[in-house]
Design a protein around this ligand. Structure first.
Ligand code: SF4
Length: 476
């Protein structure tokens, strides 16, 4: 969590790596999501997939570059339909608004649909602290609320829980018989949540998109709980980061195609809701009051940097988490804030400022898999490198010893001189191919001393191959 003591990140990583059951759960679940995405984007159902990504990138860039204009337009359109927009600097401002409204209307019970933005500001905790009951209604989020845990993944919050874990949680917290069949677990949760929907005074949702030209918020989901949250209670409050704005309703044709495919490999999510204002005369359902709270919470700070502001393009699809070899090993709870994986590694230090999360941008192999799958083409590796430079500028490394510096200088020289690099590769290859080359396999063990010990403890140093990539390439 914010302000965690140094070393906590490392400790959590080690714990995750040593938990075989957890490793299996993360690997299986992210693998399934990854494969579903790949199947749907390579199936030919969407031949213009890459073009859509480029289009989405341009639309987001335009929206973020003109954020003030589109937010004002959104506000005007919401208010023209009888809703109200409130700009909130941070989580305290959001909680104050909800608490004041609840007090004024005598509200006690709140139902919530899944929203990373409300997780970001610990909204449930703030509301419960003041005596309100705030119930998560997305199944995964509900399970985690019962278990007092935060989401493990942007899209699949309880991805790390097996059905046996869920059986324990439901029986312990709800005092029901232990049930391991998923359909029966769902029925138990539904039975409880249905009563909460019927009794709730306020429904709180997030927003996947806020549409400037129509004053609508758009919600995508698979369970139908967001529809109940936003239509059953008399008051609906939507809480959205300011970066969620898109200029026109027609732009949704691009984003909705990309979001479901990237998140779960679906062609479209099961429910897509467009909500604009309170219930109008003649309508049979919907709230009497409709509020949209637009949250800053560090977002405007990013606008100053033209390169890093692309972080705000994120549509929270989670594809970068599923593709990331680091996330797939260390999981979501190792990360210091609610946002995990590659997007968490760039978003957390920027929303919360680098000095508080110095090691986060370094938790990446820079393999580039995240950028390859990102539907809005955020150049995550590039931003990670910039954040690493920021971290070094703010707190120059004291421990880099003379040998390490020398090794990096030699490496940098070699990388800048292709001929020398090739020659070094050939020499290493000839040594490996020699008859008496058995000694070479012992080199890693010999190097396992001094500063190299820590490095080698997490990595293999394979012997050089007899022929380099360049040689093989030329032969082909
Ligand atoms: S950074 Fe891109 S891939 Fe990752 S969650 Fe955001 S939109 Fe999805």
């Amino acid at each position: 969590m914010p302000g965690e003591k140094p070393g906590v990140f490392d400790r959590k990583i080690r714990e995750a790596l040593s938990d075989a059951r957890l490793q299996q759960a993360i690997y299986t679940a992210t693998g399934r999501l990854k494969e579903s995405r790949l199947n749907v984007v390579s199936s030919g159902v969407l031949p213009d997939y890459q073009e859509l990504r480029t289009q989405a990138n341009r639309l987001k860039q335009h929206a973020i570059d003109n954020l003030d204009f589109y937010l004002e337009q959104f506000q005007r359109n919401v208010e023209a339909r009888g809703g109200r927009v409130v700009f909130c600097q941070n989580g305290v401002a959001v909680a104050d608004f909800v608490l004041a409204l609840a007090k004024e209307r005598g509200a006690r019970l709140i139902v919530k649909s899944k929203s990373m933005t409300t997780e970001e500001i610990d909204l449930n905790e703030r509301l419960e602290h003041h005596g309100l009951e705030s119930v998560e209604t997305d199944l995964g989020e509900y399970i985690l609320q019962l278990a007092h845990e935060r989401p493990y993944h942007i899209v699949a919050p309880a991805l790390h829980k097996t059905r046996y874990d869920v059986a324990d949680i439901l029986s312990e917290r709800l005092h029901v018989p232990r049930e391991t069949v998923i359909e029966k677990q769902t029925a138990i949760a539904r039975g409880v949540l249905r009563q909460k929907f019927l009794a709730a005074d306020i429904g709180i949702s997030g927003a996947n998109f806020i549409v400037a030209d129509s004053g609508a918020i758009v919600l995508v989901e698979n369970e139908g709980n967001a529809r109940l949250t936003t239509s059953a209670p008399k008051i609906h409050i939507a809480i959205a980061g300011i970066e969620k704005v898109i200029p026109r309703a027609q732009d949704l044709a691009t984003f909705l195609k990309l979001l479901a495919r990237s998140a779960t490999g679906q062609l479209l999510s099961v429910y897509t809701s467009f909500l604009s204002g309170p219930r109008r005369p003649g309508e049979i359902d919907g709230p009497d009051e409709f509020y949209v709270l637009l949250l800053d919470n560090g977002r405007t700070r990013l606008l100053a940097d033209r390169e890093k502001r692309q972080t705000l393009y994120c549509i929270r699809c989670g594809a970068c988490l599923n593709a990331c070899p680091v996330y797939r090993k260390i999981g979501g709870h190792s990360f210091p804030w609610v946002y995990s994986g590659p997007i968490g590694a760039i978003l957390t230090p920027q929303f919360r400022e680098v000095p508080q999360e110095p090691s986060l941008p370094f938790a990446s192999s820079l393999c580039g898999a995240c950028a390859e799958v990102c539907p809005v083409k955020i150049d995550i590796p590039k931003i990670l490198l910039e954040l690493r430079s920021d971290a070094h500028r703010h707190d120059p490394p004291k421990s880099q010893n003379r040998w390490e510096k020398l090794a990096f200088r030699a490496f940098a020289w070699l990388m800048r001189h292709p001929r020398a690099y090739e020659m070094a590769g050939r020499m290493a290859g000839s040594l490996a191919a020699a008859d008496d080359a058995a000694w070479i396999s012992r080199v890693p063990a010999l190097l396992n001393i001094g500063p190299l010990r820590a490095w080698l403890s997490q990595r293999d140093l394979p012997p050089p191959p007899p022929r380099s990539f360049r040689q093989l390439w030329r032969q082909r």
